[in-house]
Write a protein that binds this ligand. Structure first.
Ligand code: XMP
Ligand code: MG
Length: 187
């Protein structure tokens, strides 16, 4: 699916495919350098991080383990509340492992800070965060994101793993939706 097939659903392309891919390769090079002498375990957060996880993992030169978690954060509408439920836990015991959480987006940061402290309590050798996108509100959180793709404006974005009503995850770029798609209100 590319830009042309979207018709009028898309308001604009925020980050085109080539910039996403170049950034993911750049992050992979940093990660390769930082974990050169360590066994790395990538933990992807479903479903949004599926694309960045797949591309990042393939861009790494060093071997890495991969595992997945799925969490749901309760909240009203599009705001997360920080109350998080694990829908799918890791298959792996992470104690003593060098863990890198791979996330699609940090908005309020509540989901990720809950997840990081949950994983930290399991005794990993190290725990770092890689997020493709970060929204302005994230500056108010304490989250230290070691590997960041892009700071973006406070708009609802879709594509490259991110959804609206479970759609648009398969877009190879990140874009914003036309108001008619989500009913004309922002959120
Ligand atoms: P918090 O606020 O806890 O939320 O950092 C992070 C989660 O909220 C979702 N999210 C989005 N999903 N487009 C999306 O498709 C967006 O613009 C967006 N902003 C936040 C996402 O699931 C993320 O993990
Ligand atoms: Mg979502």
């Amino acid at each position: 699916m590319d830009e042309k097939d979207l018709g009028s659903d898309l308001a604009k392309v925020l980050i085109p495919e080539d910039r996403l891919q170049a950034k993911v390769r750049e992050l992979a090079a940093q990660i390769d350098a930082d974990y050169a002498d360590k066994d790395l375990l990538l933990v992807g957060v479903l479903k949004g991080a599926a694309m960045v996880m797949a591309d990042l993992a393939r861009a790494l030169h060093s071997p890495a383990r991969m595992d997945w978690m799925a969490v749901s954060s309760y909240g009203s509408g599009t705001k997360s509340s920080g109350v998080v439920r694990i829908l799918k836990d890791l298959d792996t015991d992470i104690s003593g492992r060098h863990v890198l959480i791979v996330e699609d987006i940090i908005d309020s940061g509540l989901t990720l800070s809950w997840l990081a402290s949950n994983l930290r309590s399991r005794g990993p050798a190290s725990l770092e965060i890689c997020a493709l996108l970060r929204k302005p509100e994230a500056v108010r959180t304490e989250i230290e994101c070691r590997y960041l793709g892009f700071d973006i404006p406070n708009e609802f974005v879709v594509g490259y793993g991110l959804d609206y009503d479970e759609k648009y995850r398969n877009l190879p770029f990140v874009g914003t939706l036309a108001p008619h798609v989500y009913g004309g209100t922002t959120g």
